[in-house]
Ligand binder design. Sequence first.
Ligand code: AMP
Length: 125
Amino acid sequence: MPVHGLPPYDPQNIFARILRGEIPCKKVFEDDFAFAFHDINPQAPTHVLVVPKGAYCSFADFSATASEVEIAGFIRAVGKIAKDLGLEAAGYRLLANMGEHSGQEVPHFHVHLFAGRPLGRMIPG
Ligand code: AMP
């Protein structure tokens, strides 16, 4: 049964293939819960993608069906990555697209981590 009206998880999506090591990436971090790498088309001086290790197609899927341990592990990893990259002093932005209106392109839940310059308005107006 699809979660929240989305198609079922597609194990051939590009981030699943990166997680399996089938396609290269510029890796930033890995632990039991999360994997992080540089976005191929960066929108800021630092643009890192953080994905959970588990097969979740979106934030809706992850927040509803991942275990508490996976959710806590993932969120802690996002914070650690930002800290270890030295982004806390100047600040950073997290963003997760979910579904059609957000423009989500890759159907494996991911958080964008942007930093390295003033990031402007949250949503271009
Ligand atoms: P979204 O629109 O939130 O699904 O974001 C997908 C992001 O994945 C975009 O910012 C793309 O530039 C990025 N992306 C797509 N393919 C790759 C790849 N092979 N390696 C790194 N980033 C990628």
